[in-house]
Design a protein around this ligand. Structure first.
Ligand code: GLU
Length: 331
């Protein structure tokens, strides 16, 4: 295993980087023992807590993948990034931000307490459930399939195929949805929902149940790192302003109530989900030393054993290590 400071000048070939990442995945796999898989959605408890996988996609076509990279998992809260971008692309940024704020809450993603206690002007941000349900209610259409169509279209453009909803996870979420329903009813009563409550909830549970892989997350991260453009042909997939706001929200609110620590100690925009996925965005850096992926990269991580805030425990440690060794921080 490579220890201490690495002279990246002589270590930038793919084989060496592959070995480097393999070593650290093996090392941080031990940390999966310190976490627990999510169980409040019963089907998620069936995940293998020892799994850990990572995919890193660079702008120049360089890809490094290691560990459990072939396990499909549901996108969960990472879908809030996609629904937010779709809502902004369809309704305009100011329409969306007039109705959902951009402030971290300091509370859990599904907290009900802060809705009432802080005299709700609008939900705190699009990545907590109250904000995400509000955003989902803004998507056009009378049925969940109408509402989901633009999400699938955007995902297809980003990852190169049309993913599908894991029906078992959707059913499990729907059957254990009391808390999200409570938030939904609160939003209905306070006038934030722009479409039927049941349709909004069904759409939200389905968007969370979309199945993806770490490769898909790395690809999404790379497009955001490239300010919304496809790195292969520079075609615009997400308008630059929306990509920029999305990254700011990921940095400030993307890692649940550990977002401040993640921004401080890792320093890159990221969004996690309770199934153990994390999408991270490393924008291009201007540095004197030739670090790996200096032109920017997208990183997808999967590790279903979570710390107490809901983030992949080994995934966070692995990201922290790689970000510090490769100087990925935006600060
Ligand atoms: N479907 C999950 C919920 O709303 C998503 C949670 C998450 O990944 O943060 O409870």
């Amino acid at each position: 295993m490579v220890q201490g400071t690495v002279n990246w000048n002589i270590k930038l070939d793919k084989e060496w980087l592959q070995e480097y990442v393999d070593d650290w995945v093996a090392f941080y796999r031990k940390a999966t023992k310190e976490g627990n898989v999510a169980s409040y959605i019963p089907i998620l408890a069936k995940a293998n807590p020892n799994h850990l996988g990572i995919a890193i996609h660079g702008k120049n076509g360089l890809k490094i993948c290691s560990g459990d990279i072939d396990i499909p998992f549901t996108i969960q809260s990472i879908s809030k990034v996609i629904s937010f971008m779709v809502a902004c692309m369809k309704n305009g940024v100011s329409y969306v931000l007039d109705r959902v704020d951009v402030e971290p809450t300091g509370e859990a993603f599904n907290s009900i307490m802060h809705l009432e206690m802080k005299s709700l002007n609008k939900p705190f941000n699009p990545f907590v459930n109250a904000g995400a349900l509000t955003v989902t209610s803004m998507l056009n259409g009378a049925t969940s399939s109408d509402k989901l169509a633009p999400l699938f279209n955007l995902l297809e453009r980003m990852i190169g195929y049309r993913p599908s909803v894991n029906q078992e996870v959707f059913k499990s979420e729907d059957e254990t949805s009391a808390r999200n329903r409570a938030i939904g009813y609160y939003l209905l009563e306070t006038g934030f929902l722009e479409s039927d409550l049941e349709v909004t909830l069904e759409t939200y549970f389905k968007q969370c149940s979309i199945e993806i892989t770490v490769d898909d997350l790395a690809r999404i991260g790379l497009i955001l790192a490239n300010d919304g453009q496809d790195p292969n042909n520079e075609e615009e997939i997400i308008p630059r302003q929306i990509a920029r706001i999305t990254k700011a929200l990921m940095l400030t609110c993307g890692m649940y109530d550990a977002s401040g620590k993640f921004a401080t100690y890792v320093g890159i925009p990221a969004k996690s989900g309770v199934s153990g996925g994390i999408v991270a965005v490393a924008p291009p850096r201007v540095r004197n030393a030739p670090f790996p992926f200096i032109e920017g990269c997208g990183i997808g991580v999967y590790g279903p054993a979570l710390e107490d805030r809901g983030n992949s425990i080994a995934g966070m440690k692995l990201l922290k290590h790689i970000a510090s060794q490769w100087d990925l921080s935006i600060f």
